[in-house]
Design a protein around this ligand. Sequence first.
Ligand code: HBI
Ligand code: FE
Length: 297
Amino acid sequence: MNTTSTEAKHGLADRGYRPERADWTIDQGWAHYTPQDHAVWKALFERQTGLLPGRACEAFVQGMRALPMRHDQIPRFDELSEALMKRTGWQVVAVPGLVPDEVFFDHLAHRRFPSGRFIRRPDELDYLEEPDVFHDVFGHVPMLMNPVMAEFIQAYGQGGLRAQKLGVLEQLARVYWYTVEFGLVREGDAVRIYGAGIASSSAESVFAVESDSPNRIGFDLERVMRTRYRIDDFQESYFVLDNLDQLLALAQIDFDPYYQRLQTGPTHQPGDVLASDPVITRGSGRYHADKRAQAAP
Ligand code: HBI
Ligand code: FE
């Protein structure tokens, strides 16, 4: 088997971790969290719940409200699963961190959301490469209470297994990235967060909706499938849905004609703006330009 891009990037294959179960799940082991672990959750939870009113979309806020999540302790996955199961048939299962793509897809295809069980250290509050329990539970689980998102992520799991066989996973992964992880959606005249990568990051939840630096562009499937993304910093462009029901349509689309078309034609860089883009806000690009200037000798 080839080493997947995820493994190469995160060194999973090198770390020598061998799962005890074929599906890579582990017990949450809730009793083993330390007071420091719960304190990290509390700090992150309080910071984000302060930032998200007026920034997160209605579905996120509603989902959060209906879940057994407390400010002062890491949630129990069995309690989250019970609430999810009733609403959308999803469950949360614990995994050690990033799992191989096909394992990830198989869980999603069966409405099981793999969540990191570890929590970041107090000195890592702002940035972390591997998904921990705060990103996965606070960021993703509220949207899994939404029937449309529930459907879409399951379809992504099914599509992922197929895309992997066809060798087009990179293109499909961009759809997940620019929706489930970094998606914005219009609500009235405003643009709101539904992506978990944004909703679980204090700095990016402000940047994504308020900064004049990034581009905000109306979502188009082929455009997104042609666009590279940044994993190491804020996004240079966000793609904005008119409403969450667009995800339902996406879940039903036959991707094969897209994969065909994508074999030729351009690939776009993260910050590109095209003449054909339905631009909502054209970014100044200042944030990333400053960073590049600092990095240059
Ligand atoms: N594993 N636990 C976990 N969480 C992810 O978000 C994840 C993963 N493995 C692979 C993966 N994401 C992505 O690279 C795929 O969506 C392509
Ligand atoms: Fe995520």
